[in-house]
Write a protein that binds this ligand. Sequence first.
Ligand code: PLP
Length: 374
Amino acid sequence: MYQSRIPANTAIDYLISAQPDQPVLFFNPSMLGQSYKRFAKGFPGLVTYAVKANDSVEVIENLVVAGMTAFDVASPAEMKRVRQISPSAILHYNNPIRSRGEIREGVAHGVVSWSVDCLSELNKLIEGGATGEVAVRLRLPVAGAVYDFGEKFGADPLMAIELLRAVSQAGFSPAMTFHPGTQCNSPQAWARYIEECANIAVQAGVELKRLNVGGGYAAHRTGNAPVIESIFDAIDRTVCRVFGSKRPDLICEPGRAMVAESYQLAVRVKAIKNDTLLYLNDGIYGGMAEWRDLGEMDRHMVFADDGQQKHGAPKNFTLYGPTCDSLDRIPGEICLPSDIDEEDYVLLAGMGAYSTATATAFNGYGDLLRVTLG
Ligand SMILES: Cc1ncc(COP(=O)(O)O)c(C=O)c1O
């Protein structure tokens, strides 16, 4: 999906001069740099990046330049992508289910940290010759995220105790990890997980060398921007309280919150029917997949093709994507200026996470034009 970068000063400049009919993703490298600095300054440990959120070359390149040394990769393709850009990058392979072939590729790529949530997968790692750190992935019924990450992955506390012992006995560097669920804005979710990790380590009789407190940090979708520093504080305070002198080194692996703000997506109105049905050139099969699963983002502005912003009274519209599929619709109704017109652009902020990464080519759409600002 990665295409050569077209430079532009601002998104509006580009839209006025190019009049693109294709959806456009605008990348702002300095926003990505700021996001990295925010994590690096506030998080009390090693900051890595979950490549799955946006595996664009420009994202990985800019994070490496900003100082990032380690990446969470979920597949051999992500390992190759990172290594092509940064041959010395440290790779953490935290997808807890892997085929034996994928384990071989991880070993060949020099993965230094793995996660597991069941004994059979740990045995596969041992048989496959994995070395280094193995983190036991815990799951708890904790609220705060937009959807539950414990359904597919994670060991319950009793299984986690058994697994942690087995990890240590097998000679791996013992660690634990969890993911509180994506778009999580609750410091208590992290605190609860960290408390339980400390309990599990005591009950297993194993001292944790590292604790990976996951991704999950919320990006700015609606209302006020989340204050991720309050989560960093809760992490630090809880780790001090429950581990005391046995404090493990910490790692985080944000995807969404690292990359979301560094992209805007411009979509164009192809047609309006019956005054309230808007047909866009992008939708849930393209860069807006998350609007179906996470709900609407209200951070949008509408511009005419000459760059004038539309300020009509707010009105509810039904938004359809460009494919022939009737499911290609943004759920619910979206409030936009009533004077929105055919060929106008809707500029959406905070669109860097799980947009280009999940866009499909269904019906021949989904090819997002890439423009770099600055
Ligand atoms: C193991 C792991 N780490 C990190 C992430 C990134 O999560 P987020 O984008 O919510 O920060 C994910 C997302 O699926 C994940 O599975």
